[in-house]
Design a binder for this molecule. Structure first.
Ligand code: SF4
Length: 335
């Protein structure tokens, strides 16, 4: 057992507060699997955004779900469950407050001014990038006696796989190998490699016989539509057209996924697909996607990482990433 996982008597009822963002949930998978393995007999209640619960449900890591935003009476239902422990993965005050109100005897979460008194196990977080975020989550799980275990590729359900097939058939691509491009990033422009470079890359991939799917959320539809239209007849925009499980199924079938540092990159990596990720203002040491076939392309200037959403000095971190660098990374990864 690692030094991060002290002996803890078996827990019978655990509240698991998931992170609120796709990438964070996927970086938390090592902690989620560790918790399940350390307490195989425990009834675990997962509380988090409905779409993220749906995505991770096929992994069978919990028995009960409480989607957020919570239905009326959430705190009362949690109190009635009489939890032995709560693992609180988001750093927010509200998540610690909910765990406190649940009455869980032990409450493990990141220490932070204002919320540490609500926790029994407040774990200090290192400076951003000193430790990969997945290991920060593992430290939290370790306080509840959960040492690291091997993590499989993200599972998807049969329904999502069938929906992905139907989507490809409707798009006229059922037999054709395809690449996925993810040119959006909700965070802000300091995470977005230019759409024009995605178009040049996508055109190269199309020239090698691949269909190209420009994927993202409904909010990224304009960018995805523009990229797909500029690539031409080989490309389709699927922005906003998939649920997370269906997007995961598509990522698992793609020859390669090329993405900004966004949730979709984490999804492709978690499915085990070849994944190239362009980093801008953020730290790949902290939040590079987890997966066996991931390549980060980052050209960090001295100002990096600044974690900014916008840049006042010209986005040098992104403009330094040439199309050829990303294309070479994709080619090497697929080879
Ligand atoms: S300040 Fe530097 S790291 Fe931050 S967005 Fe601008 S170029 Fe990128």
């Amino acid at each position: 057992m690692s030094a991060d996982a002290p002996a803890v008597p078996p827990l019978e009822r655990i509240l698991l507060r998931l992170p609120n963002w796709l990438g964070d949930v996927l970086m938390a998978r090592p902690a989620l699997h560790a918790l399940r393995a350390a307490h195989p007999g425990a009834e675990i209640t997962a509380c988090g955004p409905r779409g993220l619960l749906e995505l991770v449900a096929p992994e069978a890591l919990w028995q009960r779900e409480e989607p957020l935003p919570g239905a009326p009476g959430l705190a009362g239902r949690l109190r009635a469950a009489r939890f032995d422990a709560a693992l609180v993965l988001p750093p927010s005050f509200s998540s610690a407050w909910l765990a406190f109100r649940s009455g869980a005897r032990r409450r493990a979460g990141f220490a932070h001014e204002g919320r540490s008194p609500l926790l029994t196990d407040a774990v200090r977080r290192p400076a951003r990038g000193d430790l990969h975020q997945s290991r920060e989550y593992l430290r939290l799980a370790g306080t509840l006696g959960a040492p690291e275990v091997a993590v499989p590729e993200l599972r998807i359900g049969a329904g999502a796989a069938a929906e992905a097939t139907a989507l490809l058939v409707r798009a006229g691509l059922d037999e054709r190998p395809f690449a996925i491009l993810a040119p959006g990033a909700v965070y802000g422009p300091a995470k977005r490699w230019s759409a024009e470079r995605f178009v040049r890359l996508g055109s190269q991939l199309a020239g090698r016989g691949l269909a190209v799917l420009a994927c993202g959320t409904a909010a990224e539809r304009e960018t995805c539509d523009t990229v797909a239209a500029a690539i031409g007849a080989s490309a389709r925009s699927l922005a906003g057209a998939t649920t997370l499980p269906v997007q995961a199924a598509l990522c698992g079938r793609a020859v390669v996924t090329v993405s900004n540092d966004s949730g979709l990159a984490h999804l492709a990596a978690a499915r085990g697909g070849p994944t190239v990720v362009v980093f801008g203002s953020t730290s790949s040491a902290w939040t590079a996607p987890l997966g066996a076939r991931v390549r980060v392309v980052q050209r960090a200037p001295v100002c990096s990482p600044c974690f900014a959403r916008d840049c006042a000095i010209g986005y040098a971190c992104l403009t330094a990433v040439e199309v050829a660098m990303v294309a070479d990374a994709a080619r090497e990864l697929v080879a």
